[in-house]
Design a protein around this ligand. Structure first.
Ligand code: S3P
Length: 443
């Protein structure tokens, strides 16, 4: 296997033909990294963060917070990051536009944080991908709490402007199970008068609930399956120590690569195993992937463990629907690659949310894998994939989406002949060391 970064436009050549072996430590969880910075910023005192993801998305969050007067130490690999909290009402009005880059989590969670900062004015924007992503889903519930927010196309798209105001609590049912919507409402609830309750149609990732509790917020989870989350204003957040586990969404690439590439044997260390994120492991089991979880423990309120995976033959096709979707939403692109090699037909439904991620992932994965000879049919809310013996090497494009870039890398390792991936540097958004780890694991 040969991986060449051939030009400054980040076209990478990948030649298949090698197993992947050894140990890999995936970078810190992206969702927890964003929240560590955001919650640390609005706390009293210092928050220290070990294992923060040193990638473009959390760096966007840090830059926005610094523009509002929060002191955050430089974000470098392997360093403990220190955030000097300014308290719940301490964020300053920035004298420039807040640039959220490619990061939907930065923009959506910040909106929840900023709407209650009275008499201060904020303008948020992002890159061309983020400016196309739906924001009404955040603006509508925050408006129900009394927020003043405006955006392009009647509030659907960034750039967005916010004038902070005194909010009031509300009971809000969210139409989609989205941790970003839930978190924005809960963050607004921290300074709203009275109680704010979010009711989700299904459980989305619960890092906000766990972490706000650790920072001292008055937050309760109740109702059927814990889908009612209530926050009450009145208590200050207090800075704390956070240890960020490895990101299961990044581990997913090695789990699938290890299972599919003959003679592979990979140990993925220190992976976050929060049950709202482990849908990929449920599916891996159904497929017949041979993996084991070892060294399971709880670190800073989150379950973590090492995942050992070995090459697994005769993988079974699987079905995904809207029930499991929130638990593996970011892993669908790599699962589509896995489905190409299952013995039979895989059906993915209930996945229309994939269309409003960094790219329209259903369309992009279908387009790119079709170039490699995959048998894949795109539907409005999912895809149907018929397993085949081999993909063919081809020229493919990440279309600027980090998870697409990494999924196509794994697909290329399994193809017949060389592939080239254009805009492969998109991986920097969540996993800057991905290409180095890939080179290291090849034997
Ligand atoms: C995230 C939630 C998910 C996920 C995203 C990160 C978060 O989005 O896709 O990568 O950190 O809250 P939704 O909440 O919109 O499903």
């Amino acid at each position: 296997m040969n991986i060449n970064n051939t030009s400054p436009t980040s076209i990478r050549e990948i030649e298949p033909g090698c197993s992947l072996n050894g140990t890999v430590k995936v970078p810190g969880d992206k969702s927890i990294s964003h929240r560590s910075l955001l919650f640390g910023a609005i706390s009293e005192g210092e928050t220290t963060i070990e294992g923060l993801l040193p990638a473009e998305d959390p760096i966007s969050t840090a830059k926005c917070l610094r523009s509002m007067g929060v002191k955050i130490s430089p974000i470098k690999k392997g360093e403990i990051i220190r955030v000097q909290g300014v308290g719940l009402d301490g964020l300053k009005e920035p004298d420039k536009i807040l640039d959220c880059g490619n990061s939907g989590t930065t923009m959506r969670l910040l909106l929840g944080l900023l709407v209650g900062r009275q008499k201060r004015h904020f303008i948020l924007t992002g890159d061309s991908s983020l400016r196309k992503r739906p924001m009404k889903r955040i603006i509508s519930p925050l408006t129900m709490m009394g927020a003043t927010l405006h955006g392009r196309s009647n509030g659907e798209f960034a750039p967005l402007s916010v004038v902070g105001t005194q909010l009031h609590g509300a009971v809000i049912g969210t139409p989609v199970a989205s941790a970003q919507i839930k978190s924005a409402i809960l963050l607004a609830g921290l300074t709203a008068e009275g109680k704010t309750t979010v009711i989700e149609p299904a459980n989305s990732r619960d890092h906000t609930e766990r972490m706000l509790k650790a920072f001292g917020a008055n937050i309760k989870v109740s109702g059927e399956m814990g889908r009612h989350i209530t926050v009450e204003s009145g208590s200050n957040l207090i800075g704390t120590t956070i240890i960020v586990p490895g990101d299961i969404s990044s581990a997913a690439f090695w789990l699938i690569a290890g299972a599919l590439i003959p003679e592979s044997d990979i140990k993925i260390e220190n992976v976050g195993l929060n049950p709202t994120r482990t849908g990929i492991l449920e599916v891996a089991q159904q497929m017949g992937i041979k993996y084991k979880i070892e060294n399971k423990k709880e670190i800073a309120g989150e379950p973590v463990g090492d995942i050992n995976v070995v090459h697994s033959r005769h993988l079974k096709p699987f079905n995904l629907d809207n029930e499991i979707m929130p638990r593996l939403i970011d892993e669908v692109p790599i699962l589509i690659v896995a489905a190409c090699f299952c013995e039979g037909t895989t059906r993915i439904t209930g996945a229309s949310e994939l269309r409003v991620k960094e790219t329209d992932r259903l369309k992009v994965m279908t387009t790119q894998l079709t170039k490699m000879g995959a048998n894949i049919e795109e539907n409005p809310d999912g895809v149907i994939i018929k397993g085949i013996e081999k993909l063919n090497g081809a020229g493919v494009d990440s279309e600027t989406d980090h998870r697409v870039a990494m999924s196509l890398a794994i697909a290329s390792l399994l193809a017949k002949g060389k592939s080239t991936i254009t805009r492969s540097d998109a991986a920097d958004v969540s996993y800057p060391e991905f290409w180095n780890d890939l080179t290291r694991l090849k034997s």
